[in-house]
Design a protein around this ligand. Structure first.
Ligand SMILES: O=P(O)(O)OC[C@H]1O[C@](O)(CO)[C@@H](O)[C@@H]1O
Length: 528
């Protein structure tokens, strides 16, 4: 294609949202008109599916649930009046809560004001708040926000060490839709113990954001925690940023949650259009389908050229991969769907993996995110007539060109600046695109059956660990791994038994291993 044809294609496919001043350019994806015509009927179905979903259909058939995150930013479209009222009241409650916390009206038991927020949650109960905080936190926020998003003891220690001096003025958010996720529960228990060890009453510091009647809600109510906020069963974890899950931490950090919701609402309106070219989420889904032949054959590399959008790829990783990574389609056929997502930020990645993107295995398509505003205020020159922002801009378009020259396709999303409205719009753009893509490939985007397998297997490992400890404590002499496995009734799982005793030994947990680690079969295991 020559330069004039490129320019024409750019104009033919350019999407622009006037209110949001957002551009979407898919002209560097190599599809042709025949492909678009062939996709048209699939899109008719995707638009119809989405309309039904927004109207309250059971869009998540496996869990028999409505999918209502779109109502959160536009309560007017909620299918029932009581839902609408509840959403509106919650937003007000969250704003009032943040105001009272900031003003000291709600304060810690032993101090006049909360200074810090510690958010404990994982997956959808962490990634949205982390992304939004990184993108939008003011330089000097009214409260510092910290996260525990793993059951990693060293990670918890490190965080607690950093806030030790301010524990007495730290507000703890425990965020879990199910209220039973072990990682989150463990974090909460350890933090509660840290409070107690410092003579502090945890319940006077703790807030629960969780589903109705979950174990977490019951605990919060019975222990008299500072507050509880609801997470509705019609909001999925990975699309919960605009529920209390995202809004409470954001409001506490001083982020304009009304603007976040307004940006998402404006994008939702745009992505309700049935004309493919007028619907940015449909254009994204079309591009993804084209890139990977509707089978996820190419990975999605997300490259925001802006430090504050660093966590966007991590946020999208869960949104896209947990939603689209499915073994079965809606008719029960085995399809192994999904799109792998990774990314970091430009131009930093230019000095890391862009080498492979340009010259290596062509198994991806890139998405550049461009922010027009360099910074608030003017930029000094680093060379005559050139700013650091010019370099960032040059690197983005240079990389886009270099990739295209080597037959690597890309999408470019351009936003005017990073603010609450644009971030809300970006979140809404991608969650709608995921919904459309799921319809195109006929899968349920709103469940995550695969996650359960790992959780069940982990529970079995912990059960086996208890058994191993008991057997060793009762045994008069050291046992070999094979003997231990047989006594535990799992003669075929010697390797797992080995991993368990090695873990216990390494952590001084009452197990001793003697012998040469190079030949595990020769080892002798005993209770310490
Ligand atoms: O909010 P919860 O119930 O603790 O779940 C956390 C995350 O765990 C998952 O269920 C996967 O294990 C995600 O879908 C979810 O976002």
């Amino acid at each position: 294609m020559d330069a004039a044809a490129h320019w024409q294609r750019y104009q033919d496919w350019l999407y622009y949202h006037e209110g949001l001043e957002l551009y979407l350019d898919i002209s560097r994806m190599g599809f042709d008109d025949a492909f678009v015509s062939q996709m048209q009927p699939k899109f008719e179905k995707a638009f119809a599916d989405m309309e039904a979903l927004e109207n309250g259909a059971i869009a998540n058939p496996d869990e028999n649930r409505m999918v209502g995150h779109y109502w959160l930013r536009n309560p007017e479209i909620a299918p029932r009046d009581e839902l609408k009222q509840e959403i509106l009241e919650n937003i007000e409650r969250i704003e009032n809560f943040a105001r009272k916390i900031h003003g000291g009206e709600i304060h810690p038991p032993k101090a006049s004001k909360f200074t810090d927020v510690l958010s404990i949650g994982i997956g959808g109960s962490a990634l949205g708040p982390q992304f939004v905080s990184e993108a939008l936190s003011p330089d000097f926020p009214p409260m510092n926000l910290h996260f525990i998003d793993n059951t990693d003891p060293a990670g918890i220690d490190s965080l607690l060490a950093r806030i030790r001096d301010r524990l007495s003025t730290t507000l703890v958010l425990v965020i879990s839709k199910s209220g039973g996720t072990p990682d989150t529960r463990n974090g909460a228990i350890e933090v509660q113990k840290a409070f107690e060890a410092n003579g502090l009453d945890f319940s006077g510091h703790a807030v629960a954001i969780t589903g109705h009647e979950s174990a977490l809600e019951k605990q919060a109510l019975s222990e008299g925690w500072v507050a509880t906020f609801p997470m509705h069963d019609w909001v999925g974890g990975r699309t919960s940023e605009m529920s209390a899950v995202g809004l409470v931490p954001a409001a506490l950090q001083g982020i304009d949650i009304r603007a976040l919701l307004a940006g998402a609402k404006a994008m939702d309106e745009a992505t309700r259009r049935w004309e493919l070219k007028e619907n940015p989420a449909a254009l994204l889904a079309l591009s993804w389908y084209y890139a990977g032949n509707g089978r996820g054959e190419k990975d999605m590399v997300i490259l925001p050229y802006k430090d504050s959008l660093l966590l966007f790829s991590r946020y999208l990783q869960q949104l896209v991969m947990e939603s689209l990574g499915k073994e079965k389609d809606l008719d029960g056929n085995t399809v192994y769907q999904g799109i792998a997502v990774y990314g970091n930020k430009g131009s930093t990645d230019q000095h890391a993996y862009v080498q492979q993107l340009r010259e290596g295995v062509p198994n991806f398509f890139a998405t550049f995110i461009e922010v027009l505003e360099e910074r608030r205020g003017t930029s000094p020159e680093v060379e005559p007539g050139v700013t650091t922002g010019d370099y960032l801009f040059g690197f983005l378009y240079g990389t886009r060109e270099a990739l295209y020259e080597n037959q690597r396709d890309s999408i470019t999303v351009t936003v005017p600046q990073v603010d609450a409205r644009t971030v809300g719009a970006l979140i809404a753009l991608y969650d709608r695109a995921v919904g459309f893509y799921a319809s195109l490939v006929n899968i349920n985007a709103y469940h995550q059956p695969g996650v359960e397998a790992g959780k069940k297997a982990a529970a079995q490992v912990l059960q086996l660990q208890k058994q191993v400890v008991e057997i060793l404590q009762k045994s008069a002499q050291p046992l070999s791994l094979e003997e231990l496995a047989v006594r535990a009734g799992v003669g075929d799982r010697v390797e797992m038994i080995y991993k368990i005793v090695r873990h216990l030994d390494a952590n001084g947990r009452g197990v001793k291993i003697e012998g040469n680690p190079r030949t595990p079969s020769s080892l002798h295991i005993s209770a310490r």
